[in-house]
Design a protein around this ligand. Structure first.
Ligand SMILES: *[C@@H]1O[C@H](CO)[C@@H](O)[C@H](O)[C@H]1NC(C)=O
Ligand SMILES: *[C@@H]1O[C@H](CO)[C@@H](O)[C@H](O)[C@H]1NC(C)=O
Ligand SMILES: *[C@@H]1O[C@H](CO)[C@@H](O)[C@H](O)[C@H]1NC(C)=O
Ligand SMILES: *[C@@H]1O[C@H](CO)[C@@H](O)[C@H](O)[C@H]1NC(C)=O
Ligand SMILES: *[C@@H]1O[C@H](CO)[C@@H](O)[C@H](O)[C@H]1NC(C)=O
Ligand SMILES: *[C@@H]1O[C@H](CO)[C@@H](O)[C@H](O)[C@H]1NC(C)=O
Length: 550
């Protein structure tokens, strides 16, 4: 029973966020797809160095090895860090939930992708046709003499029997499918194939003729959404059946797909960043990401985080024609509860606390923990109000800011808009002791708060208490934050301007929810703004001060 309930919550919480994306940006997504500039000829050269076996890690962490198209850079630099030491500094870049948020980035992305078709030809000429069935199964002989054969590969052939492991695939989880393939693993991105190689004597065509299919994105139950992702085929195959390696890696690889609900900040984190952390943190950077359904904006936007997980160039899986060989390949991403890392299920038993450290480390954020409010301390706790622009906006912000200040807070306004550089906003968030806002994707930024900080979530009308708790409350507490939730009263909702007070919107929210999440979320999340009654809200701030003193 408990499981069913949780599933319901997961689906509900994902549904409403989907709504936001769906409402605002139906075709912006489509326009963004398929413009991944990362497998340009320049990049190819990097992995095609003679010393194929020892693909060099990126030396300079501050400089992403992926070729950032230059038009992109100025766009990002417009949002120069104005880490506010001044009060009420308003940061303005747009959030994706708004329909205008992405328009600025789109032209940039269109310019960005040097047509890969043009670049591909020389690559193919220099390489042997990449999917080539070997004439015999002794791998080293397949290589050109100039290519050094790594020790590992020789062993692999000699000990093929021992090293071959049947790929453990997990199809049991409601949110994701995942195959973890070890041994001699060969990846051909363009045909979406992963070969788990075994030696001839170990190969039993009947027993080994197995194929698994994984769509490598952790939103499995959303069938329509998942249809946009290519299936990756994992096949057990004998040496005689598999293609030669074009590039041999000592690192592991993780194959995953961007897209789906990505573009909404909450989903970027809960569907990809946190699952990527769960899946790949164990490799300490020695892992390469192969991105299917690749969206350039995602990789650019989260470069800071991705670079801390992987030392290697990020490859566009769908366009990759070379055969990449790895000792281990994970197809798919593990996902636990939203924004939560469960130690019992995670490699090395990492937790949400580790994710918080990781997120802060990735952006070199200084504050690990809040400074305790001392008796005689002059320093005021900094309270960050997350501004929302369209729906669920705090209408009387100007009015309440002085009242909050009068209680002893320094108030800062932040608007985490889509095109904003994540690190910039992260620094602002990390400087705060308290973050407060109406339920919305921007609250995902709590991951950058210092430990012991207080997250205050304002819940709009419409029975969203449990969802709010699940989406942000529980993960915040799991990360070592303190959490307070405030449910507004009818008089604090602008829905009273739209509906008579005896309307089912107020009297019977369940009946509205029964009309489907699109209807319910359209009203409660799409049309509702908040006018905070400070008299009613004030105890929350007093409680916050108490918590900061402890
Ligand atoms: C690392 O990158 C920074 C910024 O791009 C640059 O100033 C610095 O010289 C680089 N260091 C090395 C060792 O390449
Ligand atoms: C939204 O974008 C369109 C086109 O870019 C622009 O004309 C319009 O003024 C924008 N609306 C707002 C509210 O910024
Ligand atoms: C593997 O299975 C497929 C489909 O079931 C079949 O067509 C193929 O011949 C089999 N291959 C071997 C080597 O058994
Ligand atoms: C913050 O915590 C991390 C992880 O525990 C640690 O490595 C780092 O040194 C700490 N930073 C500061 C400024 O205390
Ligand atoms: C929405 O954001 C724009 C740009 O940041 C700002 O000028 C405008 O005042 C905001 N609107 C509301 C209602 O906050
Ligand atoms: C604000 O809340 C207080 C305390 O609940 C209540 O007495 C007061 O009537 C509310 N103000 C308005 C304008 O509704």
């Amino acid at each position: 029973m408990k499981g069913v309930r949780t599933n319901y919550v997961v689906i509900m919480s994902s549904c409403f966020i989907f709504l936001l994306v769906y409402f605002s940006t139906p075709d912006q997504f489509v326009n963004r797809l398929r413009s991944f500039p990362f497998s340009t000829a320049k990049d190819d050269k990097a992995t095609r160095e003679p010393s194929l076996a020892t693909q060099t890690p990126v030396q300079n962490q501050s400089k992403p090895s992926i070729q950032t198209p230059s038009p992109e850079t100025p766009a990002q630099e417009q949002y120069v860090p104005s880490i506010p030491n001044t009060q009420k500094k308003e940061t303005t870049v747009e959030e994706f939930e708004t329909s205008n948020g992405t328009t600025e980035e789109r032209p940039v992305i269109q310019q960005a992708g040097p047509s890969l078709e043009e670049e591909k030809e020389p690559v193919q000429e220099q390489f042997l046709p990449s999917v080539q069935v070997p004439q015999d199964d002794f791998i080293p002989e397949q290589f050109q003499p100039s290519v050094p054969i790594p020790q590992k590969q020789e062993q692999l052939v000699a000990d093929g029997v021992k090293l071959f492991k049947k790929p453990p695939c997990d199809f049991s989880d409601m949110q994701f499918d995942l195959c973890d393939v070890e041994g001699d693993v060969r990846v051909h991105g363009k045909s979406s194939s992963v070969f788990s190689v075994t030696s001839l004597e170990n190969y039993n065509s009947e027993a080994n003729n197995e194929t698994w299919s994984v769509r490598p994105h952790p939103r499995k139950y959303a069938a329509e959404l998942m249809a946009q992702f290519r299936e990756v085929q994992i096949k057990v195959a004998d040496y005689a059946q598999v293609p030669n390696c074009d590039v041999i890696h000592n690192s592991a690889a993780v194959i995953f797909a961007t897209g789906g609900f990505n573009g909404n900040y909450f989903h970027d984190f809960t569907d990809l960043i946190v699952p990527l952390f769960i899946t790949s943190y164990q490799f300490k950077g020695e892992v390469q990401f192969l991105v299917s359904n690749a969206q350039v904006w995602f990789v650019l936007k989260y470069t800071g985080l991705l670079r801390k997980l992987s030392n290697y160039e990020i490859l566009d899986f769908d366009k990759e024609e070379r055969i990449h060989c790895y000792p281990r390949v994970i197809v798919g991403l593990s996902k636990h509860k939203d924004l939560i890392v469960e130690p019992s299920r995670a490699p090395n038993h990492i937790s949400t606390v580790e994710f918080g450290h990781f997120a802060k480390m990735a952006y070199s954020l200084e504050r690990n923990t809040t400074t305790k409010l001392g008796e005689g301390s002059a320093k005021k706790p900094r309270l960050l109000i997350m501004a929302r622009n369209h729906s669920r906006a705090l209408m009387n912000r100007e009015e309440i800011v002085p009242l909050i200040e009068a209680l002893g807070f320094e108030v800062v306004i932040g608007n985490a808009l889509f095109s904003m550089e994540v690190g910039e906003f992260a620094r602002l968030v990390n400087s705060a002791d308290v973050m407060m806002g109406v339920h919305g994707a921007g609250l995902t930024n709590f991951v950058f708060l210092p430990t012991n900080a207080v997250l205050i979530q304002i819940v709009p009308l419409g029975n969203y208490e449990r969802t709010c708790q699940y989406d942000f409350g529980e993960p915040a507490v799991d990360m070592g934050l303190q959490y307070l939730q405030y449910s507004i009263s009818e008089e604090e909702s602008t829905l009273t301007d739209l509906y008579p007070i005896n309307h089912p919107v107020f009297r019977n929210p369940e009946s509205i929810h029964r009309q489907g999440w699109q209807t319910a979320n359209g009203i409660y999340l799409g049309k509702q703004n908040v006018r905070l009654n400070f008299t009613r809200f004030r105890p929350i701030l007093e409680k916050t001060l108490d918590l900061l003193r402890q």
